[in-house]
Design a protein around this ligand. Structure first.
Ligand code: SAM
Ligand code: SF4
Length: 489
């Protein structure tokens, strides 16, 4: 029997506690890193649900702990080992009470370090790479007997075996969901581990993606973000048997009834093709917020990074995007202190930040990753990296504050996601992913509603529902809220 189909039933579907009481086995999954890991964590939990596992948010009561790890920067990878130290203590504590806890390490650290994890953290029972989550039931059964490492790239497609969540579970996860459409990367940027940990680019077929989006919509999901390590390199098989672009896929997904909003991330500037630009022009449900990482504003550094585009290419692309969608806002990723980066190179990055005026951006100090070409290049001293990062973040923050300030008085469609901090308040997202808080009834969770922005704080917008729902607004107790609450203090 293949491991994908093997069951975990060998260790039973129920947990017996020291007092002899039985109950379902409890699973604690902790995700590190990107949205791909959040999605994978859900799929792992879904695949283990038929094996009798229910999720818990409390690691101390778990029978199975899965750490879904990130290897993109050294700090992210090291966090896993400190977390494993804490988990080891919980495992020992449980053993004293006569309870066996299994510990699994999944994700990119698992893929990159494999056996080494067992050496550094003997409390770990299973190391499983991102392509093998469908084998979890069988792997866990084996891991009850001996430590197991599975970091192969299998021939079968894990998506054919991963289980889907129930309707209730899907709805409980919220009205906005991720759907993986593409995995892996063939670009080999010289700083990046992804091509090694996630493997070659693979795209899921259009019909399977649409079926997943349909299932989400049927359960009440209103917003879907299509995700991939290099999502706009998407080239999955269409219903006509030919490879489809991401632009074409977006058009198709937009037709799924119930889906009000679409997003996608993360894109590479080289893969923004005509069909994707046209999708931004033609699809009102495709949100006008694009994450388009530049990494550096210096052509010399972009070449050393193997990004295969120049700063001018990037700026021209943004012009075309803005011509297609005038209300488009942008975010980006930047790396400072890439090997050989000079002060002049760094200033080129600051220049682009000023020129583009990002609504937000992520910035990181370059972190040498074992096995990647840049790790062997001439390194920039840590203190120089630190100082540049501060300057870059200050520039990014300034633009973010200006972008948010310009939202004052505007009316945005807001997708309400959940209750807010104060009674009678809901929190949703603007088209630009800003959290928006407004007094509104719970019935509006899952609805896209126009909201006028009345206040702005560092991280949130505050607003009131506008005309079409004036009766709802009248019943909301906005005026009763303390001014400090309105200001998001
Ligand atoms: N595929 C996306 C692209 O081409 O821009 C990036 C995906 S990567 C998982 C997310 C971000 O992590 C990158 O955009 C980059 O800024 C950052 N990153 C990747 N490797 C890094 C490294 N070695 N040191 C610092 N930051 C890194
Ligand atoms: Fe990494 Fe993105 Fe470059 Fe691929 S395109 S190697 S995921 S940074």
């Amino acid at each position: 029997m293949s491991e994908a189909l093997e069951s975990y039933s060998e260790i039973g579907r129920v947990a017996i506690d020291p007092k002899g009481m039985s109950g379902p086995r409890k699973l604690y999954v902790k995700s590190f890193g990107c949205q791909m890991n959040v999605y994978d964590s859900h799929r792992m939990a879904d695949t283990l649900a038929p094996e009798g596992f229910v999720e818990t948010g409390a690691p101390e009561e778990a029978d199975l702990v899965i750490l879904n790890t990130c290897h993109i920067r050294e700090k992210a990878a090291e966090k896993v080992y400190s977390e494993l130290g804490r988990i080891r203590k919980l495992k020992e504590e449980a053993a004293r009470e006569g309870r066996k806890v299994l510990v699994a390490v999944a994700g990119c650290v698992a893929q990159a370090e494999g056996q080494e994890i067992l050496r550094r953290a003997p409390a770990v029972d299973l190391v499983v790479g991102p392509q093998n989550y469908h084998r979890l039931p069988g792997l866990l059964a084996r891991a009850t007997r001996e430590p197991v490492v599975d970091t192969e790239f299998p021939v079968e497609d894990k998506f054919d075996f991963l289980k889907s969540p129930s309707r209730e579970k899907t709805r409980a996860r919220g009205v906005s969901a991720f759907v993986t459409v593409q995995e892996g990367c063939d670009k080999f940027c010289t700083f990046c581990v992804v091509p090694y940990t996630r493997g070659a680019e693979v795209s899921r077929p259009v019909t399977k993606i649409v079926a997943e989006v349909q299932r989400l919509a049927d359960a009440g999901v209103r917003e879907v973000t299509l995700i991939g390590q290099n999502v706009n390199a998407y080239h999955g098989e269409g219903p006509d048997g030919r490879p489809w672009t991401l632009g074409r896929l977006l058009h198709h997904v937009a037709e799924v009834e119930g889906i009000a909003r679409l997003r996608y991330t993360t894109s590479h500037p080289r893969d923004m093709d005509e069909s994707l630009i046209a999708a931004h022009r033609d699809l009102a449900c495709l949100m006008p917020y694009l994450h388009l990482p530049l990494q550096s504003g210096s052509d010399r550094i972009l070449a050393a990074m193997n990004r295969r585009h120049t700063r001018a290419d990037y700026l021209r692309l943004i012009e075309r995007m803005r011509a297609a969608r005038a209300d488009l806002a942008l975010s980006s990723d930047f790396i400072v202190g890439f090997p050989c980066e000079t002060e002049d190179d760094f200033r080129d990055t600051l220049d682009v930040v000023e020129e583009v005026g990002y609504a937000g951006a992520f910035s990181f100090k370059y972190s040498p990753r074992p096995g990647t070409p840049a790790a062997n290049m001439e390194q920039v001293p840590e203190e120089v990296k630190g100082e540049r990062l501060q300057r870059l973040q200050a520039a990014i923050d300034r633009h973010q504050v200006a972008f948010n300030a310009a939202c004052q008085g505007k009316i945005f469609d807001v997708l309400f996601e959940k209750p807010g901090k104060y009674q009678g308040q809901l929190v949703g997202r603007s088209p630009y992913l800003q959290p928006v808080q407004a007094m509104a009834p719970p019935a509006l969770i899952g609805e896209v509603v126009p909201v006028k922005v009345t206040e702005i704080s560092a991280n949130s917008l505050f607003g009131t529902l506008v005309a079409q729902t004036s009766s709802i607004h009248a019943s909301a107790n906005y005026d009763a809220m303390p001014a400090s609450a309105v200001a998001g203090a």
